[in-house]
Design a protein around this ligand. Structure first.
Ligand code: GAL
Length: 386
């Protein structure tokens, strides 16, 4: 009995020290907020817009992002900051330092019990598009319902006739219920249909990985709709809009075509890097090639970026090494991508925007904004000198 107790105690302390090591490791890679310059608005406060996007409209930059509380993980809604497009950054090495005017919450959580955006929900990675057919600004975001952690994995839609809002919540859904991906042949569908979760109770085995790539989780969610967490949006040259999101328990990205009003799905969707565990997708197109920069899945902790390219959103996608260069490039300089900002400047046309998350006080999470440069063969490079 005594031996069993001693063994249990040893195991327990080993577990604790492993946890401490993990914590210390992640703390080492994540500088404290006071060690990094805040992005100040014109009132001198740190910009509380995270996982966001910056778009141009009528001479203004519109920066939409998660409005996070100082403590805790639930959402306040989506904040907007604006700055004149012709304003220059106060410091050329910090392209985000502009005279940002805080416009407050343009989408707010509500106190109505049962609403999908009831206070206590989680609103992440909001992206805004202007829709020429409806003349509306459409906000698309990752939504988790109150009290359900990250289980709901839904997409929320909201609209406004002006960029300053208020955006009115439209609806939330999981994409493409009862629809198989466009690139799934009849044989692929039959193979996926034969897969059962019960046969793969143990995750991360080689067989389980093959089954995930073959559609184990895709098939599980066919009737409920596909999971949609970390996300971005992209409007192609022909006007087709795409929603790209981490699906299938964050194991596979999906690119789903949006309807012409951007408020739903056409049913055409493709899987990207099935089983590759990619999050935080950011996308741009240059000289006919689509470039997708993602992170791995380590929650708020930074990890090495992944990069893919394709000549067609439908794929095939080719994986490349991370484009990050410089000290701490292997951890994406402590950040996780959120948006490719098309802001022509003497150094580049495109910037990679990322969040350096501070989960102890999410509102204090810092912003990273780095120019994207290109090798002669067109491959992107994102370098941070120090
Ligand atoms: C990250 C994700 C964030 C947030 C976080 C929660 O991986 O990119 O947007 O969801 O996990 O742990």
């Amino acid at each position: 009995m005594k031996h069993i107790l001693t063994l249990a105690l040893c195991l327990f302390s080993l577990m604790i020290s492993a946890q401490e090591q993990t914590d210390n490791r992640s703390r080492r890679h994540r500088p404290r907020p006071q060690m990094m310059a805040p992005t100040l608005d014109v009132e001198g406060h740190h910009v509380n817009a995270h996982g966001g996007c910056i778009i141009a409209h009528e001479g203004q930059w519109l920066w939409y992002g998660e409005a996070r509380p100082d403590r805790g993980f639930t959402s306040l809604g989506v904040n907007l900051y604006t700055a004149p497009i012709d304003s220059l950054p106060a410091d050329a090495s910090h392209p985000l330092q502009r005279p940002w005017q805080p416009r407050g919450l343009v989408l707010s959580v509500v106190d109505e019990a049962g609403s999908p955006i009831e206070r206590g929900c989680i609103i992440e990675r909001p992206k805004v598009l202007w829709n020429a057919h409806t003349n509306l600004f459409v906000m698309i975001f990752h939504l988790e319902l109150k009290g359900r952690g990250y289980e709901a994995a839904m997409t929320g839609f909201a609209t406004s006739s002006t960029p300053e809002g208020p955006f009115i919540f439209h609806h939330a859904q999981r994409p493409n219920a009862n629809t198989w991906p466009e690139d799934f042949s009849e044989a692929n569908i039959q193979k996926a249909q034969a897969l059962n979760e019960a046969d793969y109770a143990k995750w991360w085995t080689p067989e389980w990985r093959v089954a995930v790539a073959d559609g184990l989780l895709l098939k599980r969610d066919i009737s409920r709709g596909q999971m949609s967490r970390d996300m971005t949006v992209f409007v192609d040259d022909d006007g087709t809009a795409w929603h790209i999101y981490s699906s299938e328990e964050n194991l596979t990205l999906q690119a789903a075509e949006l309807t012409s009003d951007y408020l739903g799905y056409t049913g055409r969707y493709y899987r990207i890097a099935a089983g590759g565990q990619n999050e935080a997708p950011c996308i741009f197109k240059r000289d006919g090639t689509y470039w997708l920069i993602c992170s791995g899945c380590t929650g708020w902790d930074p990890n090495e970026a992944r990069m893919f390219s394709a000549r067609n959103i439908a794929g095939p996608w080719t994986q490349h090494p991370s484009p990050m260069r410089g000290p701490n490039a292997a951890k994406t300089f402590g950040g996780q991508g959120t948006w490719i900002w098309a802001a022509p400047s003497p150094s580049t046309d495109l910037f990679f925007m990322a969040d350096i998350w501070f989960p102890r006080s999410l509102s204090q999470s810092r912003h990273l904004c780095l120019p994207i440069r290109f090798h002669d063969d067109g491959t992107p490079v994102i370098e941070k000198v120090q």
